[in-house]
Design a protein. Sequence first.
Length: 197
Amino acid sequence: MYHSQLTDAIFYNSLLALDRLIAEQIKHSRCLFCHGNLHQSHYPRKPRGVPEGTHSDYPIRFSYCCATDGCRKRFTPPSMRFLSRKVYSSVIIFLVFLLKSKTDELKVEELNLLLGTSLSVETVRRWRNFWVKQVSQSHTWKRAAFSHGMAQTLPASLLDQFQLAVNTSLKLALKWLLPLTAGVHLFDVPFRLVTTG
Ligand SMILES: [Zn+2]
């Protein structure tokens, strides 16, 4: 289970499409510091573990810079694909913890075999720390007022909130997580993606 989501280029491409919508929303806002216009300033990333067949734009991190001289603050929008600076895809950082393999070593082995990656156990442990310690300390988490026990079993407990088909639940969970994926000036700030998808 979850192997199909991890290797489904169409699913990954749907995340890219949502990121374009998110970027549009940020593009039409103004600098939080000086109220200046924002200019496009996208940059390439090298996401790991992304399946073949994903769109050639998948590695592009949409981003904007304030156009005002002397300000030039960068606003990197929330993302369905990238969890802040982590190099692996958000899908992997989420689903590795839901694989059936019992130990971290076996999860890593299963994932590396499936995706041809060279993920290490240490990285997975850092990700667990991100889920259990950082997510649960965020304003985004506190605003949601989930039960206390849920933090210990993140990210599975977040996915369980939605009780829908895996693709749909995962997308809703990633949408929920959006405020924790942005660049520094928008990090942990409420964000609502306006879309019907
Ligand atoms: Zn500015």
